[in-house]
Design a binder for this molecule. Structure first.
Ligand code: FAD
Ligand code: SIN
Length: 541
């Protein structure tokens, strides 16, 4: 019997007892990265997309501001690359930046061919807005502030014309199946079919971000970092995971979800004021409201401390009513639910966790350090963002790297040729401690998230980080070694694993750079360096 990595969280496990599925390429996740990857891979191979909720449930669907592409007459891929590299604070990889931003116009044209409707200017050309860090207006948007939903709709519609793709919704991927540093498939679970083993020639991880590991986040509930935890367990190398981007403006109203108020609102003239109505960003950066997000987030935090308030305010009252309706219809409607009229009232805002900058280390073709496993989108590290991400570059990255991953995985499968899909290897996992009712999973979840927010948040310090790690280890002692029988438990195990990994990486980086700010090490080291995280056994092998 083979010594497989996991099936980690499954009760006494014998592969014979489960149903098996076979596919050429398995894509995990149905955001922009997973869908784009599946479409590309299906040109070469049969593809199965597995996603834990309905197809469109994703960070992608929530994206507001837009997607960056150098298509304006005064713009070029070189300028887009220069801006991206500058914001990245010394940690981007120039070739990756050029490859991804260079693909932008083509990815946009393709979306338009597939039916995407971007907002147009008075000449019938895509309307372009500006966001922090961009030296030109280069952010395309759709339905005002519903860009991500337009992308998701377009890509899902495109699936219908790809007859080699099948989809499994409401199906949770528990773990990757690996043997000898090669990925062979995944263990999946659904309410209807229970546990099933999927075998594939190549697997593409496109599971998105991990915002839910923090108490305050712009991310939807699906963003629990499962992919990062799975990749770690499978022995993948992770890169720069201490870099988490905090967005400075999320709606702060008691009882409301922390919904994003797009940076584009500042791009269109919105200003930040404290409770006395004082515009404060000029004290912190010459770029004022359009300074990089880490600078704005720390400025907001500092004003909150100085004024003793729980939030600051975004003032859009000087923006015309027509512009507010056409550019920010969703934000306007959302605020009105809380009796905020954005034409007359300031919007209460505060920072929250937004984007996982680091991730599963990948090569330019999206391959990871585990054979036959690819990663793309927010779960992956590509070298594009370095220590900070410029707004609207991540939808672009998801599409560009989704295409690369799909192509590489599809071709890998096609090259495997006849004779695949043989009888799967028999595997067995040792019994683990049984699930116990005494663990209140909801309580563990909120404790992990609060701990991350308080101790591993926007401003970090050695003592806080050490305290957080100690607590994560203590909770891990009785949560990680248990068997759970459904995603509620597995999700919390994943959250705990990545919380500790992020905190450890943040402790080890004794400098401040980009989105990682250490109050005890406020300067940047002279030589930028990447950080790597890998399971000890994998490093040894
Ligand atoms: P996602 O779109 O998050 O998709 C991940 C998929 O994986 C989902 O389908 C999920 O269900 C699935 N999944 C996860 N775990 C499992 C599992 N265990 N089993 C099965 N399936 C699983 N970026 C921009 O460039 N421009 C913007 O304007 C912008 N605005 C944003 C606004 C908000 C509110 C947020 C939260 C993010 C925004 N971003 C924006 C960031 C951007 O949306 C994301 O980085 C990008 O959409 C990530 O795409 P993805 O395909 O990698 O992941
Ligand atoms: C926003 O609209 O402010 C989010 C844009 C992004 O995260 O890229």
């Amino acid at each position: 019997m083979n010594e497989f990595n996991p099936p980690r969280y499954l009760a006494p496990f014998e592969s014979r007892s489960f149903p098996h599925l076979f596919t050429d390429v398995l894509v995990i996740g149905s955001g922009a990265a997973g869908l784009r990857a599946a479409i590309e891979a299906s040109r070469h191979a049969d593809v199965a997309i597995v996603t834990k909720d309905e197809l469109k449930a994703s960070n992608t669907d929530w994206a507001q501001g837009g997607i960056a592409a150098a298509i304006g007459p005064d713009d070029s891929a070189d300028l887009h690359a220069e801006d991206t590299i500058e914001v990245a604070c010394g940690l981007s990889v120039a070739e990756a930046v050029r490859s991804i931003v260079g693909q932008a116009p083509e990815r946009i044209r393709e979306l338009i061919d597939w039916g995407a409707e971007f907002d147009l200017d008075e000449h019938g050309e895509p309307a372009l807005t500006r966001e922090g860090g961009h030296s030109r207006r280069r952010v395309l948007h759709a339905r005002g502030d519903a860009t991500g939903a337009e992308l998701e709709k377009t890509l899902i519609a495109r699936l219908a014309s790809c007859d080699r793709i099948r989809t499994l919704e409401h199906t949770y991927v528990v773990d990757l199946l690996t043997l000898d540093n090669t990925c062979l498939g995944a263990v999946i679970w659904s309410q209807t079919y229970g546990m099933t083993l999927v075998w594939a020639d190549a697997v593409i991880l496109a599971t998105g971000g991990a915002g839910q590991v923090f108490r305050e986040t712009t991310n939807p509930r699906i963003a629990t970092g499962d992919g990062l935890a799975m990749a770690y367990r499978a022995g993948c190398k992770l890169c720069d995971i201490e870099f988490v981007q905090f967005h400075p403006t999320t709606l702060y109203v008691a009882g409301a979800a922390r919904v994003l108020i797009s940076e584009a609102a500042r791009g269109e003239g919105g200003i930040l004021v404290n409770k006395y109505g004082e515009r404060f960003m000029e004290k912190y950066s010459p770029k004022k409201e359009l300074a990089p997000r880490d600078v704005v987030s720390r400025a907001v935090l500092s004003e909150m401390h100085q004024t003793g308030d729980t939030n600051v305010y975004l003032d859009l009252t000087h923006v015309s009513a027509a512009q507010l309706s056409s550019r920010f219809p969703r934000i306007k409607e959302l605020c009105s639910l809380f009796d905020i009229n954005v034409s007359e009232d300031w919007i209460p805002v505060c920072p929250s966790a937004h984007y996982m900058v680091g991730g599963v280390w990948t090569e330019p073709d999206a391959s990871t350090s585990v054979e036959h496993l690819f990663a793309c989108g927010e779960v992956a590290w590509t070298g594009l963002h370095g220590a900070n991400r410029m707004g609207s570059n991540s939808l672009l990255e998801a599409l560009a790297m989704g295409k690369m991953a799909g192509e590489a995985a599809g071709k890998m499968s096609a090259a495997t040729g006849e004779g695949k899909h043989q009888r799967p290897p028999e595997i067995k996992a040792e019994p683990r401690k049984p699930e116990i009712g005494a663990i209140d999973l909801g309580d563990v979840r909120s404790s992990v998230r609060s701990n991350m927010w308080r101790n591993v948040g926007i401003v970090r310090h050695r003592q806080d980080l050490q305290r957080a790690i100690e607590r994560f280890r203590f909770w891990s002692g009785y949560v990680l070694e248990r068997n759970f029988s459904d995603p509620r438990g597995w999700r919390i195990q994943n959250l705990l694993i990545i919380a500790e990994l992020i905190a450890k990486a943040a402790l080890d980086r004794e400098e401040s750079r980009g989105v990682h700010y250490r109050a005890d090490f406020p300067e940047s080291e002279a030589e930028p360096r990447h950080s790597f995280t890998q399971k000890p056994e994998a490093t040894a092998g």
